[in-house]
Design a protein. Structure first.
Length: 260
């Protein structure tokens, strides 16, 4: 969600590592000088599943062992006191887009329990995407807290409009999450949590001018992690966002998703 906070802060880099090219490769984690050259937009290849994709908490189960890994390597605003390690994988088949987040975290909470609630205030992993590479300034955002509650919305930045996905369509998104639905009070010890879900292409296409994935198709996207109302808030991104304060609703800085 749009968060006009820390307006005097500058965006800084956490990591210089590019997207991992294989499921077994982990990007190096290092601090980069603020005056370092701005990186190009990230790119990630989504592999087509060759069999049934299991929704699971096991990071390397079945088809997931084949998926490329991406890692969130930048923070927005002041350098957080707590920077979780956030990784994600994606797969696709004829009917679904599959998304898997793994977060090595601390200071974890999950309070929102209703569709389209304030999940960004919790420990939250977010997937923003534009399913039509040739159209600018439109995107969908699927924001999910660690308890598996999410909001899902379509935005047209040119028309300044938004449309929340109907609850009946939200219920078509299947989710497996490692944490309970409610985590309150906040967990303050190191905790790894996962979200694994599948989104029907028919739902995405209902709300957007989606180009249906097949080999050679490109979408635009960014991945985020936030925790606005935890004791240690932070705003992390996959693709670099050049903005003086935290805001995720900036499709101009999306990276590229390539469908294999």
């Amino acid at each position: 969600m749009f968060r006009s906070v820390l307006k005097t802060a500058v965006l800084a880099l956490v990591a210089a590592g590019l997207v991992s090219c294989s499921a077994n490769n982990t990007a190096k984690f290092e601090v980069v000088k603020k005056d370092a050259p701005k990186p190009v937009a990230k790119e990630y290849t989504i592999k087509r599943a060759t069999g049934k994709v299991e929704l699971t908490t096991d990071w390397n189960a079945g088809q997931w062992s084949r998926a490329n890994v991406l890692r969130l390597g930048y923070y927005m605003g002041k350098k957080p006191k707590h920077i979780p390690m956030v990784q994600a994988k994606l797969l696709y088949d004829n009917d679904y887009l599959y998304v898997f987040f793994k977060v090595d975290d601390q200071y974890v909470r999950s309070v929102a329990t209703k569709y389209h609630g304030k999940v960004w205030e919790d420990s939250c992993a977010e997937f923003f995407f534009n399913p039509n590479y040739d159209i600018d300034n439109v995107f969908m955002n699927l924001e999910m807290n660690c308890g598996g509650t999410f909001l899902f919305c379509y935005h047209d930045e040119t028309k300044k409009t938004e449309h929340y996905v109907d609850i009946d369509d939200c219920k078509k998104i299947q989710i497996v999450h490692s944490m309970p639905s409610v985590v309150n009070p906040e967990i303050t010890k190191p905790t790894t949590w996962t979200l694994c879900y599948k989104v029907p292409f028919d739902v995405i296409g209902k709300y957007s001018n989606m180009v249906r994935p097949k080999s050679g198709v490109k979408w635009k996207a960014n991945f985020y992690k936030c925790a606005d109302k935890t004791s240690h808030p932070h705003w992390l991104t996959w693709s670099y966002v050049d903005n003086p304060f935290p805001s995720f609703h900036l499709p101009a800085y999306f990276g590229v998703l390539h469908f294999e």
